[in-house]
Design a protein around this ligand. Sequence first.
Ligand code: NAD
Length: 503
Amino acid sequence: MTAVIPDHRPGSGTASGPAAVAGAVDGARRAQPDWEALGFSGRKKALDAWRVLILRRTEELVALIREETGKTADDARLEVVLVADHLRWAAAHAGRVLGRRRVSSGLLMFNQSATVEYRPLGVVGVIGPWNYPAFIPIGPVAAALAAGNTVVLKPSELTPRVGAWLAATLAEAAPGPEVLRIVTGDGDTGAALCRAAVDKVSFTGSSATGRRVMAACAENLTPVVIEGGGKDAMIVAADADLEAAADAAVWAAMSNAGQTCVGLERVYVVDGVADRFLDLVTERAAALRTGERPDADLGRIVLPRQVEVIRSHVQDAVARGARVLLGGPRSISAPYVAPVVLAEVPEDSTALTEETFGPVLVVNRVSGVDEAVARTNASAYGLGASVYTRDRAQGRRIAARLRTGMVSVNAVIAFAGIPALPFGGTGDSGFGRVHGPDGLREFSRSQAVTTQRFRPLMQPNSFGRHPDTMRTLVRMVRALHGRRALSGGPSPRRGLPHGERTT
Ligand code: NAD
């Protein structure tokens, strides 16, 4: 059986106005208490059934993703694999991360038992982009559902049917009141969702739209997660495995035709190895096939106006003296853009300051790792980064100096494929996290609960306390915590919840 997907395509007359959005939020609100009452294990059962159904229908989802985005079959399959893995992780770990746990009650309240747990927020609004129409929304959707919320999803107006397919398959796998509802339309529908009475909005898209989303959410003090754009850089140190770095750079820059938020747009390579690295990158990128052909490596640019952005960045770089190693303004022919490799691009040209979101890779040489770190950090964006060096300890030291939410050493974008890791950025790339324990907590509210175990001899929280109570307490605190030697805090290895180990 295939999922029945209502026609949500632009022009089908099904765009959801404010009343339809309010209706969807209302329906999600009514479904929420029963969904929460299922508990972690009941919700896991439903989400596991959904995952199995999605995997059984992989090729159906692949076909739909391709129909709406024009990406290659393998790029679409990668999405489905990531969807399944992240869904599995959120369902399997929500109870451990969010469930009730005891904490130490300390000196003052030693007669109390103290617990913390993470309760659902209620209804979460998710606004998605078109570049990974299944994988990107599944991060917040899986976390929010696993935490006990219900969700109203507004997929991109370019990929409404993928969103509708996800909701239809969940409804089939877990019959009952719909816990994932879809509203469709453009930015107006998204704005209506921000203004509807949702308890949180998770937005993924461009940083410019993120600002508008935040402004709309501010009207009702609705909290937001902003997953914005990126300008990810790779640092190639003098001792790097250049073949591996070049192979990874070309894949990270060109797969999905460069339309990846954590796609690679800049490389800073140390001077002594720059020529060899450029040769390897250019050779690999030149071998890629672009277009309609079934064996193509690069599909089309989905958003027609993005082609002009790509063209203007390339033209700006070339006009300002960049060296063109592959492609160039003439390799851009809408809706396809063949790989472009540029070198010696001025750092203040738009190809380096703005998100290009196409298969364009800028490779600039630097005097050393320090300059590479400074240039990487000079961007307004701070989403992901990668570092290539044979010295893994140096790789971790460089990673620690980068102002980005995620870094991969001797790999690219590996962090996105690890569901236990938080995903998100800094600066213009946004704030808040999806994926991992942070992602689960993002869609929950912590609740602290104390339960009195016995009546204490001293009662500081009472006007009826003994006149000496506070003085006695101060003496006790001084004796216990008033000297440096005695007051060393807990070891950083202790007190980490849920087996989140230090390395
Ligand atoms: P976009 O900002 O144009 O649209 C994103 C979504 O926001 C769409 O669903 C759109 O309809 C909606 N929207 C538009 N105006 C709105 C408004 N005023 N209020 C509420 N919603 C509104 O982005 P896009 O072109 O769909 O996606 C590409 C962008 O997304 C790139 O910048 C890319 O880097 C970014 N992205 C970021 C991540 C991440 O995790 N950080 C992941 C994927 C894509």
